[in-house]
Design a protein around this ligand. Structure first.
Ligand code: NAG
Ligand code: NAG
Ligand code: NAG
Ligand code: NAG
Length: 353
C-alpha cells in the first residue's frame, strides 16, 4: 500500500494521546510463527508480491524500479530481473499473474515522501516463462531474462496500486482517485470499470487499495474508509450487484491494505500501521489478530500477502512489509522492509494468484 506519510503520522499522534484500553486475550496457538525470508536495504518500501507456480516470488518496491526474484527456500538470495528505470520510471506497486507465468506489473514515477507519480502509471506485461533462479549461484539460470512489453500508460491515473486478473482484463485500483480501471492486456485499451462510493476516498486521501477476484466476486480494501468490501462483477469488471461490507478496521491506526483469500474463503489482511496480520472469517463476523501487534516488528507495517504455491509451502502466507517507514513502530523504530513468511498451519490457498 502506498500512503501519505504526514497523514499517518498525524493519526498516530492522535492515537498515542488517547487512553489505552485493555488488551484482548490471545487465543491458543497464536500468534502464528513469523520468519524473515529476505530483508531489503534500509529505506526500502516493499510493496507487493506475486508467487510463481514454481514457488519463486516476485517482489516490488515503491522505492525502486527494480523487480526482484526470490526463492523462499533460499533465504539471502534476491536477484533483480528487470529495471524499469529503462522506461523512465522510479517505483513499482501491484503485480499479478494474468496468464500462466506471465505477470501484469505496475511502474510509475513515484518518489517516496515527495510525489506519487500522477499521470505516469504504466502497466507492463512480464513473461517469466523460461526464467528461473540458478541452482548453482545466486543469479538467473542461463542468464535468461523476462520478456517485457508495455501494455498501457494510464494517463488519467493518480496512483495505480492493486492488480487482479479477470479474463482478458487486468483490473487496477487507483488509490488516490478511488476507482478501478480495466485494462485489456492484449490491446492496451483501458477505461474506468468501477467508480463507486465504497471505493472512493470520501474525506480521506486514500480509497481502494488491494483488490482480489475469486470467481465473479471482487474483494476490495478501502484504506481511507477502513473497510473491506465485496461485490459481484461482470465479465468486464463492472459491478453486478450490491456491495457487502465484510470488515471494518478495529485498531485506531489500522488501515486495510492488500490481502489473501484462503481455501475456506477467509481473508488474511495486513493492517499497515497497525503492524498486524488479521484473519477474517468468510462471514466477516470474526476478526482475529494472528500475527504482530501494534508495538511489534514481527509484521512491521504489512503491505501485501499471498499464499505459497508449492507442496511444502501452500499453508505459508508470504507478507511484504514496509518496516515502519510511514509510521515508525512506537513512533521511532524503523526496520528494513522485508518479505516474511507466516506459517498458517492448515488454511492453504484458494488458488487465486
Ligand atoms: C537501474 O537502471 C538505472 C538507470 O539505468 C541505474 O541507475 C540503476 O543503478 C539500475 N539499477 C541496478 C541495480 O542496476
Ligand atoms: C467518479 O464518480 C464521481 C462521483 O460521481 C465523479 O465526480 C467522477 O468524475 C467520476 N470519475 C470518473 C473518472 O469517472
Ligand atoms: C514498543 O514499546 C513497547 C511498550 O513499551 C515495548 O514492549 C516494545 O518492545 C516496543 N517495541 C519496539 C519495536 O521497540
Ligand atoms: C503498546 O505500547 C503502549 C505503550 O507504549 C501500551 O500502552 C499498549 O498497551 C501496547 N499495545 C500492545 C498491543 O502491546
Amino acid at each position: 500500500m502506498v500512503r501519505l506519510q504526514l497523514v499517518i503520522l498525524a493519526t498516530i499522534g492522535a492515537v498515542r494521546a488517547a487512553p489505552t484500553t485493555a488488551e484482548p486475550s490471545t487465543p491458543a496457538g497464536l500468534p502464528l510463527p513469523v520468519s524473515t525470508v529476505y530483508s531489503f536495504p534500509k529505506g526500502s518500501f516493499v510493496e507487493n508480491l506475486a508467487v510463481r507456480s514454481n514457488g519463486e516470488i516476485l517482489v516490488t518496491r515503491t522505492t525502486s524500479a527494480e523487480l526482484v526474484l526470490l526463492d523462499p527456500q533460499r533465504p539471502g538470495c534476491a536477484v533483480p530481473v528487470y529495471n524499469f528505470t529503462k522506461a523512465g520510471l522510479s517505483g513499482m506497486t501491484g503485480i499479478t499473474e494474468y496468464a500462466p507465468d506471465v505477470f501484469a506489473v505496475l511502474a510509475g514515477d513515484y518518489h517516496f515522501g515527495k510525489s506519487v507519480g500522477v499521470g505516469s502509471w504504466t502497466l507492463f506485461s512480464l513473461d517469466m516463462r523460461g526464467v528461473k533462479l540458478s541452482q548453482a549461484a545466486c543469479g538467473l539460470a542461463g542468464g535468461n531474462l523476462p520478456r517485457v512489453r508495455k501494455v498501457a500508460l494510464v494517463k488519467e491515473s493518480q496512483l495505480l496500486n492493486g492488480l487482479a486478473a479477470h479474463g482478458k482484463y487486468v483490473l487496477a485500483s487507483d488509490t488516490f482517485a478511488g476507482l478501478i480501471y480495466r485494462v485489456d492486456m492484449s490491446t492496451g485499451d483501458y477505461s474506468v470499470a468501477i467508480n463507486a462510493t465504497y471505493l472512493s476516498k470520501l474525506k480521506t486521501p486514500h480509497g481502494v487499495n488491494g483488490i482480489r477476484i475469486v470467481g465473479d466476486t471482487l474483494y476490495a480494501a478501502n484504506s481511507g474508509q477502513s473497510i473491506l468490501v465485496k461485490v459481484p462483477i461482470t465479465e468486464n469488471g463492472a459491478e453486478a450487484g450490491p456491495y457487502t461490507v465484510i470488515a471494518h478496521n478495529k485498531g485506531p491506526v489500522d488501515h486495510w491494505d492488500d490481502f489473501a483469500v484462503d481455501s475456506e474463503g477467509g481473508i488474511w489482511a495486513v493492517t499497515a500501521s497497525g503492524n498486524t496480520l488479521v484473519r477474517i472469517t468468510p462471514d466477516g463476523n470474526t476478526q482475529t489478530v494472528v500475527a504482530g501487534n501494534l508495538n511489534s516488528t514481527a509484521i512491521a507495517e504489512g503491505s501485501s500477502a499471498q499464499f505459497g504455491r508449492g507442496s511444502c509451502d501452500s499453508n505459508v502466507l508470504y507478507v511484504t512489509t514496509v518496516g515502519g517507514l510511514l509510521g515508525p513502530i512506537n513512533g521511532t523504530v524503523v526496520i528494513p522492509g522485508a518479505l516474511v513468511s507466516v506459517d498458517t498451519e492448515k488454511r492453504g490457498a484458494v488458488g487465486i494468484y
